[in-house]
Structures are given as C-alpha cells and as structure tokens.
Design a binder for this molecule. Structure first.
Ligand SMILES: NC(=O)c1ccc[n+]([C@@H]2O[C@H](COP(=O)([O-])OP(=O)(O)OC[C@H]3O[C@@H](n4cnc5c(N)ncnc54)[C@H](OP(=O)(O)O)[C@@H]3O)[C@@H](O)[C@H]2O)c1
Length: 300
C-alpha cells in the first residue's frame, strides 16, 4: 500500500517509516522543511499541513493517510499562546488532510488520525475503554475537536480510525527522555502524589498497532493505543529506577510541576487508566505488555 504521513519527521513518524518500507509499503512523508530521500519507497513532499496547498495533490496517490502532525505537547510550558498553537495545528492540519482525501474521491482510502488518551480527561483509577465519555479539561477538548475533524472524512466514504495514543516510550527522545532525566541525576521519584495512572505504550507496539490498523481495512473508529497494563506514577518511577539502577524515591511535589510547566504540570500529576479494549478484541498482540520489561528493553 502507499502511505501518506503528515508529521512524518517527528518522534513517531521516524520510527514508523522503516517498518512500513520493510513490510513492502511505500511512504510519502509531508514536512514543512525541505527533505530528500535516498531510500527506495520513501519520498518527501514539502508543505505546511496547516495551510491548503500543492501538497494536498499527493494525498490522492495514497491508500492510507496517517495524521501525526501537530505542535509538540511535552516539555514546554503551556502558555495561553502555546495552547492556541497546540489546538490550531491539530484542527487546521486535520481539516486540510480530510479535504484532500475527499477531493481524491474518499472511498477505498483509510485515514488513521492521531488523538491521545487525554481525550478521557482526568479520571483517577477508573478503567477507560473506547466507549468511555470524553473529559472536560484543555487536552480533552483538543482531542475532541481533533477527532471531530477526522470523522468528517467518513461522509466521503473514507474509513477513519481515531488512534488515541498513550505516552509513547521510545529510545532517544519523546516523553521517556524527560521522565528519565532526574533519575540520571539521582533525583528520580514519583510526581505529585504518585497514585495517578500513566497509560503508556512501547514504541514497537505503537508502530505494530498502526500497521495492524492500516492493514485490517475493516477496523474503524476509536482505538486506544496503550499497553494493556497502565501503571501508577509511583510504579513507573520504581520501574525506571530499576531499569537504570538508580534511586527512585525522591518525589517532585505537584506545585513545583505546575510552577515549572503551567497546565501541562496538571497533566503529569493527574492522568488516566486507559485500556486497549478494541485492539485486544481485534486480536492484536503486544510485544511489551508490562512496563518493567519495556523499560529494560529501552533503557537497560
Ligand atoms: N509521542 C507521544 O508520546 C504521543 C502521545 C500522545 C499523542 N501523541 C500525538 O501523536 C502525534 C505524533 O507524535 P510525535 O511524538 O511524533 O510528535 P512530534 O515529534 O512532536 O511532531 C510530529 C511532527 O509534527 C510537525 N509539527 C510540529 N509542530 C507543528 C505545527 N505547529 N504545525 C504543524 N505541524 C507541526 C513536525 O513536522 P515538520 O516540522 O517536519 O513539519 C513534527 O515532526 C502528535 O500529534 C502527538 O500529539 C504523541
């Protein structure tokens, strides 16, 4: 199949391209920067997903579009201005991609549009599957709008998957790099109370799940892309400490995180316990269902 990927240069896109090519697929990556490919099966189109433009013509060639573009959510203070960028880069980018899919005829194409388990809001230790209602905080609102733009492609016959990512644990970069930093300085430990749930997924399982959803054309609708065993923040800290052989008992108080990170600090001290019910029902098997083995693989 031919894939068109927005945000293909990012943390997830970089991990997805090689496995797609190895499975015999072709990839067109969209990037705002100029990029060249010397790899067979991979080509780049330059364009800003937030603006309609020539890049939209390349969508017509694709069987599957994967929508990964959007301003980075982690590691930056969420000021009011940055929150606007977070929201608008997802709404406009998704709208323009959907417009291109519809202009290309729609039927026979699949759209896998990213969302996040932040969709469900902060729900303590309640187990959340794809049928759970959305939350009311900022990230939940972003996810709802992001998903509603994607769903509009269904009217033109596009099969739409809304992939609600948990925190993707990967090598070099992404959220794990930030989680690990204080541990390397012997300052690691739980964040806030430590009882909040952390829904995570190993990078290999995320990529495998995206391929599974692309290749099984009948699978549509929302899917939680999270490991089947979310952990509390305290258990995550313990597992990181063990994988790095570093102490993991120094807590960071919630107010320090809120002062440093603004509203994003609240996301870290709250959280949600999302379960991959629909992926499991569809027969997807996780390579890394447990956080301890995932972290030893990534950090050990
Ligand atoms: N990684 C995770 O743990 C995680 C968890 C939940 C949800 N997600 C969501 O999954 C998607 C992919 O995640 P990721 O970690 O790969 O993201 P990423 O590395 O932060 O970014 C993906 C790409 O989006 C493009 N981009 C950045 N800012 C943009 C803007 N303002 N407007 C339009 N495009 C912009 C960039 O591509 P160019 O500069 O080449 O254009 C970037 O490489 C994101 O939407 C993210 O929110 C990720």
């Amino acid at each position: 199949m031919k894939f068109f990927i927005t945000g293909a240069s990012g943390f997830v896109g970089r991990r997805l391209i090689a496995p797609l090519l190895q499975s015999g697929h072709q990839v067109i990556g969209l990037s705002r920067g100029a990029r060249e490919s010397k790899t067979e099966g991979l080509s780049w189109v330059q364009g800003d997903p937030n603006q309609p433009g020539d890049w939209q013509a390349a969508v017509a060639e694709a069987d599957v579009a994967i929508n990964l573009a959007g301003a980075n959510l982690f590691g930056r203070r969420w000021t009011e201005d940055y929150k606007k960028v977070i929201l608008e880069s997802r709404i406009a980018g998704t709208k323009n991609l959907v417009e291109a899919l519809v202009a290309a005829g729609g039927r026979g194409k699949k759209l896998i549009s990213t969302s996040a388990v932040g969709y469900y809001g902060f729900r303590g230790d309640e187990e959340l599957d794809e049928y759970s209602p959305p939350g009311l905080d900022f990230l939940a609102m972003v996810c709802r709008h992001w998903e509603s733009e994607a769903i509009k492609a269904e009217a033109a016959g596009v099969r739409v998957v809304r992939a609600r990512f948990g925190i993707v644990l990967g090598r070099r970069g992404g959220a794990l790099e930030q989680v690990v930093r204080p541990f390397r300085m012997f300052l690691g430990g739980p964040l806030g109370g430590g009882k909040q749930y952390f829904s995570w997924i190993h990078q290999n399982d995320l990529v495998a799940a995206l391929l599974f959803l692309a290749e099984n054309e009948k699978l549509t609708g929302p899917f939680n892309l999270t490991a089947p065993n979310p952990v509390t923040n305290r258990d995550l800290a313990r597992a990181v400490g063990q994988a790095l052989r570093k102490p993991s008992f120094i807590p960071t108080p919630a107010f320090v995180l809120r002062l440093a990170l603004g509203e994003f600090g609240s996301v870290l001290v709250q959280g949600q316990r999302a379960l991959p019910q629909r992926l499991t029902e569809a027969g997807f098997e996780f390579q890394f269902p447990q956080v301890d083995t995932a972290l030893v693989d990534l950090l050990g």
